[in-house]
Design a protein around this ligand. Sequence first.
Ligand code: GTP
Length: 606
Amino acid sequence: YTCDLIRNFSIIAHIDHGKSTLADRLLELTGTIQKKQVGRNEQVLDKLKVERERGITVKAQTASMIHKFSGKEYLLNLIDTPGHVDFSWEVSRSLAACQGALLLVDASQGVQAQSISVFHIAQERGLKIIPVLNKIDLPAAQPERIAAQMQSTFGIDPTEIIPISAKTGQGVEAILEAIIQRIPPPSGLENAPLKAFLFDSFYDRYRGVISLVNVQAGTIRKGDKILSCHTRKRYEVQDVGVMYPEEVPVDCLRPGQVGYVSCNMKESSEAHIGDTLFRIGHPVEPMPGFKPAKAMVYAGVFPVDSNDFPKLEESIKRLTLTDRSVTMQRESSSALGQGCRLGFLGTLHMDVFRQRLEDEYDANVIITAPTVPYKVIYKDKEVYISNPTEFPDVTDTTSKVKEIHEPVVRASIIVPEEGFGDMMDLCYSHRAEGLEHRYLDAGSGSTSSRIILTCIIPLSEIVTDFFDQLKSRSSGFASFDYEDAGYKKSDLAKMTFLLNAKPVDALALIVHRSAQDTIGRAWVKKLHKVIPRQLFEVPIQAAIGRKIIARETLSALRADVTAGLYGGHYERKMKHLENQKESKKRMKRMGSVDLPQEAFFDILRK
Ligand code: GTP
């Protein structure tokens, strides 16, 4: 296929607006996959089990299809993008390989927070956008109203909008035509030196890392000796092919084409997303580099049974081969033993990873409370700290800390008018600043207007329960998205928890000073509930620096040491009680609180 017969496109949409369903229809219509029996709802592109269970796309998948149009055969490359706030980085990298995008909007729900963010990413990349209204088969669909919304929000000409039902297939044919007619073909020179843009990779147990590339110039074939601009490593190409929708080997990949390259890469870190591959001896100007995936949420992961650490580490390593956006480091805790500290793109990413760990490797794990990377500014240096145990004691006047900065994000929330007050409360209770709002459209009859609310909010405030609260307070009607907004000075401190006067490192938290009392009290209450009573009294305390800010006392469990003694042996009874008192003292002195792992499990799982 020459360039003029190739189209590279993506489907971008808010979560649940029907991206995977539409992708399936397109693959069926072009005969790339067999039509499934009615009633089966298993999407081809959503491969991972957790994706199917949660119904969200986690990992981008790419597929090619062939479509005949006015006597010519076209090669259409669909580059699938994941649909969640945590993965917006993956969206932007997949879009770099496309010239156009289908912007899919649910005709019953209308424009949502992520419709807007993905639209902006696509627009910034200069992609041709084809607006599509999906789910027109639903009784609740309001195609005219939503079309007007798309016009006012995106400046889209309503006559360009293609109404479809990805479920029934109605209107989907028109999309194939629009892709061919409206999206420009990729440009690329056949007789130029090879320049291949690496936009994704996956791991294959037998062949190692497989890269997905978009050939920008030249051709790539088996046996080629290539070099990576980024790592300067050399490889020999073992195999090239297209995703149709599974890997199908081909002779060579030409300019404009999208396909896979297998070249004996052992580690997924070698396949640097945004890298440019070229032929040895024919260097090219690399494509403008990409921001590497930035871990924004960190948590410690420990095995429930500490003997399982080698197995856990092995499992994590294997999973990071398939999900390269997870960063990993070893960590040890006096309470939880040996573990790993992992960095994720967001909390959903973290949940997905844990579930995969449990599903695929049958490993029971404890995950500590999520934290974000804080910037600690000293007189002469800046340090990023994402592990609370390493956080300095800011109440210590001898510490050289000048300022603490925390990551903040620009959040956008779209909510029906009646839920607006609740959303404002939610934002303010999470330290939001600079709240602004505007109407997205005017209400009509039975439907209310929708408002878009934007604010700056600390990332640490949204990594815990923000999303759940947003959904429950708005009965699921609010949608939410955020983007990085840099760092901001903040009044933060490390909160430690002491059991029997001994700090438990795995429980340390970074808190905003304004919320320290509330948080301290809530946590000691939680601990009080889950820690089993001991033979001695155990104070449970929350502290900031040396100052105790909350306390609960776990009363002693009185073992009845006299139970086996009958009759009136008063002296013997007394002696036993004396002994018991002595040993109680000793245990307390040693401070050995028996803390079962399940207790951690309970508190850290919320
Ligand atoms: P993510 O993968 O999580 O981003 O979601 P998605 O955008 O891929 O959505 P998906 O295709 O999984 O569809 C979400 C839900 O909407 C599923 O239950 C689909 O069956 C349903 N759905 C998709 N298209 C249509 C449609 O045209 N009409 C109706 N009635 N339902 C649809």
